[in-house]
Write a protein that binds this ligand. Structure first.
Ligand SMILES: [Zn+2]
Length: 315
């Protein structure tokens, strides 16, 4: 275990926690349910413990198709083409949602921007955009091919004279961050007074998470070190002076989660033609229920959609 470290709760520093679930690495299934997800005794946040030390975490991304290199391929398959169309649709929806809450079209920073497809959408509507991206290839592609202003690295690598922004977005990034407490302090410094923080994270209280348990694709251990639900996220952000202004869902993520979770189950336990049909039908049913759970979440105190999409205002 020398490349692993034990940690207190990444959100509230509490030392006490209890085992929540044991999970596999979908790229190294031979090790079985090797990883421990624990739940904080205080804020109820769920996190990976022990976790790979951060300096060693890069190797767990080697097999993962994390870099959005779909943008760099000359010839796209039909699935890729559908993905690209859905991405355009998704980015347009994200922009429309943000513009409902942002008082003016001004400056936006996307943390973990990949090749910058979302920023392109914002730029097309006259926003001044900037991105931060750890993957040097994705960042270079965004700069060279999409003509965007992107810093390779993290918030620490922003130019010293970087001006504050009115909106910060993090689409499926916070679950990878080792120290959300440090990150939120840095975000506060870069965000203007009354600025908006838009966060999208997998929702571990979602219907699909509860159904698939250790085979829920979005646990994605050990790459995801944090697993948020609305209550833990809200407690954490309110402590750091952010007020919730909107909670929503990305309904297409429900389909992604169920299809990928069924695929993971097939890979782990094997399948037959009949088994395939069963997994396909189950994916359709669970996908439908998951989307419904997300749609009706606004009526519930707890959010049940596959993705927790929240907007916060700095107070
Ligand atoms: Zn905690």
């Amino acid at each position: 275990m020398k490349n692993f470290e034990f940690t207190n709760c990444p959100l509230c520093d509490c030392e006490q926690s209890g085992l929540y679930l044991k999970t596999p690495d979908r790229f190294d299934l031979g090790i079985g349910d090797f990883y421990n997800l624990v739940q904080c005794s205080d804020c109820k946040h769920i996190y990976l413990n022990p976790r790979p030390v951060e300096s060693q975490s890069g190797k767990y991304y080697e097999n993962a198709a994390y870099s959005p290199h779909i943008s760099t391929q000359a010839k796209l398959s039909i699935t890729d083409k559908i993905y690209v169309k859905l991405r355009i649709f998704n980015n347009r929806n994200k922009r429309t949602m943000i513009e409902k809450f942002a008082t003016e079209r001004n400056r936006i920073l996307d943390i973990g921007c990949g090749t910058g497809e979302f920023l392109r959408e914002m730029q097309s509507a006259d926003w001044q955009v900037h991105g931060v991206e750890r993957d040097p290839d994705a960042a270079a592609f965004g700069r060279d091919q999409n003509n965007l202003s992107i810093t390779t690295g993290t918030l620490d690598d922003l130019p010293t004279d970087f001006e504050t922004v009115n909106v910060i977005t993090m689409w499926h990034v916070m679950e990878h961050i080792y120290s959300p407490q440090d990150e939120i302090k840095k975000i506060s410094r870069v965000l203007s007074a009354d600025g908006l923080l838009v966060l999208a994270v997998p929702n571990c209280a979602s219907f699909d998470a509860k159904f698939y348990k250790q085979n829920w694709i979005a646990y994605d251990t050990p790459r995801h070190v944090n697993h948020f639900h609305l209550k833990s996220l809200q407690k954490f952000l309110e402590l750091h002076n952010f007020q919730l202004v909107k909670k929503s869902n990305l309904f297409l993520d429900s389909l992604f989660n169920v299809v990928m979770s069924e695929q993971l189950i097939e890979t782990r336990y094997g399948t037959s033609v009949v088994g395939r049909l069963f997994h396909f039908l189950r994916a359709a049913i669970i996908g439908f229920v998951s989307i419904m759970a997300g749609l009706f979440s606004p009526l519930l105190e707890q959010s049940r959609g596959a993705t927790l999409l929240t907007i916060w205002r700095k107070t």
